[in-house]
Design a protein around this ligand. Structure first.
Ligand SMILES: Cc1ncc(COP(=O)(O)O)c(C=O)c1O
Ligand SMILES: [Zn+2]
Length: 389
């Protein structure tokens, strides 16, 4: 049965048909979100478990809340480990602390989940070339999934990306262009490469299905432990919007019977536009003037979905916190030593964020808490350099 109905702009509500190649709203350029017939999904789930696909089947297990593309590209993304972090939790008195370790995904980050669905959409639409500006992990994921699907990929990346990104992407057959500056400069350079209709662009919130893939982290967590708090490192905001959308859908199909978990965004103190806007009670975020942080995935001065991120925080009674690079570096070491997971700086930022949120009594240590480690640490060479930090 077909549950996927098409797309709706997350800002102005404009509807776009399912077969459209548009990646953003034709009226306001806002992010398009996938829409499902949740009544039909609800009926189909009566007497069945949470997810129709077999356990351990990764992202595509949740096909009832994903677009039903004919070719589903997969490299084994999803079904990642949920690791109990008891000794880490002891430091803040949290007895139920977990790390959702996304580093075991293909290409080593949570970006794999989104790209599996986004590249499947391109196949469905017959688009043969994909473009992305990337700080590293999204580009790697696109290059790998593009190789799996036989889709040509063009990547625009700033010079400062995690170790080996450009080389690995070229191995996957992608065309990699290094653009001086930071991520927004690479995004500007993209305009010169693509046609005026922007077909094939899979940048953050210029493509609707990356959010759909990332939603499945929340689906897995809900089956695994029904968390009270989820902390996510946030740059462009795909993850946080995906979690919020996932829980709204679980409500609509009758699976979520309690209120949705409280969502917290963690940003770097040197680039925290969403945290600032949240604390000022604003509905939009001002671009950050001079973004600086060792966590390259968080060096995103403005989000195209700022209104949605802020809404997700308000509706989930969530929180927003900024942490310094020093706290992030310390958090990497603490997690590695006490959990046995080597996190990316972005992932480790969530632990630094939790320390602050517990200290200021926003998060109760008696809650069931999940930190999302969005990628592994080994690509970030400075983390392995004893003189580095
Ligand atoms: C490792 C890692 N974590 C987190 C993020 C932030 O992603 P988003 O805010 O779009 O979910 C990125 C983005 O590049 C990343 O590479
Ligand atoms: Zn719109």
């Amino acid at each position: 049965m077909r549950f996927f109905e098409g797309y709706r702009c997350g800002v102005c509500g404009r509807e776009v048909p399912a077969g459209s190649v548009a990646g953003e709203c034709p009226l306001c350029a806002g992010p398009l979100l996938c829409v499902y017939d949740t009544c039909a999904v609800r009926k189909s789930l009566v007497g069945r478990s949470h997810a129709p696909g077999p356990a351990g089947a990764g992202v595509w297990r949740y096909g009832h809340l994903l677009p039903d593309f004919a070719d589903k590209v997969t490299l084994g993304e999803g079904s990642t480990p949920l690791v109990a972090a008891r000794r880490l939790g002891d430091a803040v008195g949290a007895r139920e602390l977990y790390i959702k370790d996304e580093s075991s995904n293909p290409t080593g980050s949570f970006k794999a989940r989104g790209m599996a669905v986004a590249v499947s959409r391109l196949l469905e639409l017959g688009v043969r070339k994909a473009f992305i500006p990337s700080a590293g992990n999204a580009g790697l994921a696109l290059a790998a999934y593009g190789a799996a699907a036989g889709i040509e990929c063009q990547l625009l990346i700033p010079p400062e990306t995690p170790h080996g990104v450009a080389e690995e992407c070229r191995l996957y057959g992608a065309d990699v262009v290094i653009v001086p500056g930071i991520l927004p400069d690479a995004a500007k350079a993209l305009d010169a490469c693509v046609g005026s209709d922007r077909t094939g662009v899979v940048s953050t919130f210029r493509e609707p299905c990356r959010v759909e893939g990332k939603k499945t982290i929340a689906f897995e967590l809900e089956e695994e432990i029904e968390p009270d708090w989820i902390l996510l490192p946030t740059g462009g905001g795909t993850g946080i919007v995906a979690f919020w959308k996932a829980y709204r859908e679980l409500e609509a199909v009758g699976i979520l019977e309690r209120s949705m978990p409280r969502l917290a965004v963690v940003q770097a103190a040197g680039c925290a536009p969403l945290v600032k806007a949240f604390h000022e009670g604003k509905e939009k975020a001002e671009p950050w003037a001079d973004p600086v942080t060792i966590a390259s995935g968080l060096r995103v001065p403005s989000s195209r979905a700022d209104t949605l991120v802020l809404r997700a925080l308000r509706e989930s009674r969530g929180a927003a916190v900024a942490v310094t690079d020093g706290e992030i570096a310390e958090a990497v070491k603490e997690i590695a030593r006490t959990v046995g997971v080597f996190p990316s700086p972005e992932g480790a930022a969530t632990w630094a964020g939790l320390r602050r949120l517990v200290r200021e009594e926003t998060v109760s240590p008696s809650s069931r808490i999940v930190l999302v480690n969005t990628a592994g640490g080994a690509r970030y060479r400075f983390l392995l350099d004893p003189s580095g930090f």
